[in-house]
Design a protein around this ligand. Structure first.
Ligand SMILES: [Zn+2]
Ligand SMILES: [Zn+2]
Length: 171
């Protein structure tokens, strides 16, 4: 497999769709300040020409590697994203973000990366109830405990209210 579609036949037969399978590699990136890496990136679907445009419809899949928003441990999980992209023969100066193809070859990597980034969750958690790190001493509260906040939560009648406020802040 590769990340390139040869569209020479499709360009000669507008309206006829052709299936494809692709794979590619995507460079590590930062998304909203978090390191994000996609591995095992694949895509499948079909493509079709309409005159000089190539429309690609399908699905992209990858394993996304990032870190837990609370305890900063590495997290990896599968992700899939709808892949809908249009490739133009000529770059449009008014719309520099659009995808183009050259010499009857459509390079899918940018479109796959963009589709996957759009599907990223707002934040990754290693588990839904990750306790995170103590904001004072930095200990991992999943595996250890400290006395920084001893007694505060259990005895404080406003603890429940505070957890609601924290939840809202995190979103
Ligand atoms: Zn965690
Ligand atoms: Zn602590």
């Amino acid at each position: 497999m590769s990340s390139t579609l040869n569209v020479i036949t499709a360009l000669k037969t507008p309206g006829q769709s052709y299936p494809f399978e692709a794979d590619t590699t995507i460079e590590k990136m930062q998304v909203l300040g978090d390191p994000v890496e996609f591995t095992d990136v694949t895509a499948r679907g079909e493509f079709m020409s309409s005159g000089e445009r190539i429309d690609v419809d399908g699905e992209a899949k990858a394993i996304v590697v990032s870190r837990c928003a609370r305890c900063l441990k590495p997290v990896s999980e599968p992700i899939s994203a709808p892949l809908h992209a249009t490739f133009h023969r000529q770059p449009d100066p008014e719309d520099p973000d659009q995808y183009c193809y050259e010499a009857s070859k459509v390079e899918l990597t940018d479109a796959i990366r963009d589709a996957l980034v759009l599907e990223l969750p707002l934040r990754f958690l290693c588990k839904a109830d990750c306790k995170g790190l103590c904001p004072k001493c930095g200990i991992d509260l999943n595996t250890g405990s400290c006395t920084c906040q001893e007694g505060e939560d259990d005895l404080n009648p406003f603890a429940a209210l505070r957890s609601i406020v924290e939840y809202n802040e995190e979103v």
